[in-house]
Design a protein around this ligand. Structure first.
Ligand code: ADP
Length: 160
């Protein structure tokens, strides 16, 4: 079975992430979306909340599994016996960091990275920008799934 890992913070998942996940799900037998447990980064949603939101909106694809992990992505890949990571590239600004990570991951573990060009409709999206816009009352409908939009509004209003 051909499997791929799609790692990230997903705080929360956006339609940009979903574009990459859904396209990867058509190329591979199984996509494992792996949410990084990052103890040093303050997140809006807990890891389990992020996992639940992704699971809900990827259910329709039929071959997407959602998991969480701590530590190096390549160690997770080895544990799960998955030789490939897929990452979305939004713009040149993503490229340098992503290239460095991909080269390091290949050097230390032989894990391959495939880059998928982001759909230009979503190239300007990031989870942090979504949070910023919702916090100040901007409309992000169509940019995140409806259920995520609702959760963002509830969480950011409650925080004020
Ligand atoms: P990280 O903190 O590891 O960058 P993210 O949750 O921001 O995690 O992103 C996870 C993956 O989704 C990465 O491959 C990233 O390039 C990709 N991604 C993020 N935003 C978008 C977007 N708007 N369109 C396509 N891919 C995206």
């Amino acid at each position: 079975m051909r499997r791929v890992v799609c790692p990230g913070s997903f705080d929360p998942v956006t339609n940009g992430h979903l574009d990459i996940i859904s396209r990867a799900s058509r190329l591979y037998d199984e996509v494992v979306v792996a949410v990084l447990i990052n103890k040093s980064k303050k997140s809006l949603f807990t890891v389990d909340e992020r996992v639940d939101m992704i699971a809900e909106v990827t259910r329709e694809y039929g071959n997407v599994k959602v998991d969480k992990f701590y530590g190096l992505t390549v160690d997770y890949c080895k544990q799960q016996d998955i030789p490939v990571i897929v990452r979305g590239l939004r713009a040149v600004s993503d490229y340098e960091y992503e290239l460095q990570m991909a080269q390091m991951n290949h050097r230390i573990a032989g894990v391959e990275t495939l880059f998928m060009a982001t759909n230009p409709l979503y190239a300007f999206l990031s989870s942090s920008l979504m949070k910023e816009v919702v916090k100040f009352g901007g409309d992000i409908s169509g940019l995140v799934p409806d259920s995520v939009h609702q959760r963002l509004i509830e969480r950011l209003q409650r925080e004020d």
